[in-house]
Design a protein around this ligand. Structure first.
Ligand code: NDP
Length: 250
C-alpha cells in the first residue's frame, strides 16, 4: 500500500484515526476530513504524510472541494474510508423527520457523495479500495436506533450493489460491521443512557456490551486492522463483504 493516498472521513477521532494510524504505518499518505478542522489538524500532526481538510460529508459542494484539496497535495485518491457517522438514539415515536434525515444524511448520503467523488480516480487507475464503516446495526435491529439501523443497513446495501458494478475494474467495496467500540460515540451513548435512565455509568456501559459474547468492548485498533486488510493488495478478491467485528455477536 506504500505511496497510496487514502481519504478518511471522520479521520480526526475514534475508528477513523485508528484507521489512519494503521494505513500510515503501511506507508499510505492521508487526507483526514471532518467538520472540525482543529480536530483533523491535530490528528494529522501525528503523521509525516498527512493533511487535514474541513468537510461536511452531507454537503455535496463541501465534499467536492475537499476532494479537490486532497488531490492538489497527494494526487488521485486510491483508498476511501467512509467512516464519518453519528449515532443518536431515540424511541421511534420521538424519531421525527429532521432526526431521521440528519442520520441518513451523515451515515448514508455522506458515503454516497464521497464514493461519487472518489470512484472516477479509482476506475481510471484500475485499482481502488472503498471501505464503508457500517455497524452490527448493518446486520441486526435494536430498539431505539431505527434511523441509525436504517442508515447502516443502507450503507451495506450500497456496498453490496456497488461491489457488483466495480468487480471487474480493480476496485473493491467492503463494509466493516463493528459492535460497540471504545470511541467518543460510545462516551456520548453512555452519557445519554445515564441522563435518561436510572443506570449509572458502569451499568450503562455494561448494557451496551451485553450482546457481545466476549463481554468486552471492541477497540478501535481491532476495527482499523480489518480496514487495513481490506485496503491491501491481497484483499483483491474480497468484494461486497460485510465483516462483523463483534466478538461473536451475529
Ligand atoms: P467518533 O465520534 O470518534 O467519529 C465520528 C467522526 O465522524 C468524527 O470524527 C466526526 O468529526 C465525523 N463526522 C460526524 N459528522 C460528520 C459530517 N457531517 N461530516 C464529516 N464528518 C463528520 O466515533 P466512532 O469512531 O465510533 O465513529 C466512526 C464510525 O464508526 C461511525 O460511522 C459509527 O457509526 C461507526 N461505528 C461506531 C461504533 C462504536 O461503537 N463506536 C460501532 C459501530 C460502528 P466532526 O465532528 O469533526 O465532523
Amino acid at each position: 500500500m506504500s505511496g497510496r493516498h487514502a481519504f478518511i472521513t471522520g479521520g480526526g477521532s475514534g475508528i477513523g484515526l485508528a484507521a489512519a494510524r494503521a494505513l500510515a504505518s503501511a506507508g499510505v499518505k492521508l487526507t483526514l476530513v471532518g467538520r472540525s478542522i482543529d480536530k483533523v489538524r491535530a490528528a494529522a500532526e501525528e503523521f509525516d504524510d498527512a493533511q487535514a481538510v474541513a468537510c461536511d460529508v452531507t454537503d455535496e459542494l463541501s465534499v467536492k472541494s475537499a476532494f479537490n484539496e486532497a488531490r492538489d497535495r497527494y494526487g488521485s485518491v486510491d483508498i476511501l474510508i467512509n467512516n464519518a457517522g453519528q449515532a443518536p438514539s431515540a424511541p421511534f415515536r420521538k424519531t421525527d423527520l429532521a432526526f431521521w434525515n440528519n442520520v441518513l444524511a451523515v451515515n448514508l448520503t455522506g458515503a454516497f457523495l464521497c464514493t461519487h467523488a472518489a470512484l472516477p480516480d479509482m476506475t481510471e487507475a484500475k485499482w481502488g479500495r472503498i471501505v464503508n464503516v457500517g455497524s452490527v446495526c448493518s446486520l441486526k435491529g435494536y430498539a431505539y436506533v431505527t434511523a441509525y439501523c436504517a442508515s447502516k443497513h443502507g450503507l451495506l446495501g450500497l456496498t453490496r450493489a456497488l461491489a457488483h458494478e466495480t468487480a471487474k475494474s480493480g476496485v473493491t467495496v467492503n463494509c466493516v460491521c463493528p459492535g460497540y467500540v471504545d470511541t467518543p460515540i460510545i462516551t456520548e451513548s453512555v452519557d445519554r443512557i445515564t441522563a435518561k435512565t436510572a443506570l449509572n455509568e458502569a451499568e450503562a456501559h455494561a448494557s451496551l456490551i451485553q450482546f457481545n459474547p466476549m463481554g468486552r468492548i471492541i477497540t478501535a485498533e481491532e476495527v482499523a486492522a480489518a480496514i487495513a486488510y481490506l485496503c491491501s493488495d491481497l484483499a483483491a478478491a474480497t468484494n461486497g463483504a460485510a465483516l462483523p467485528i463483534t466478538g461473536g455477536e451475529i
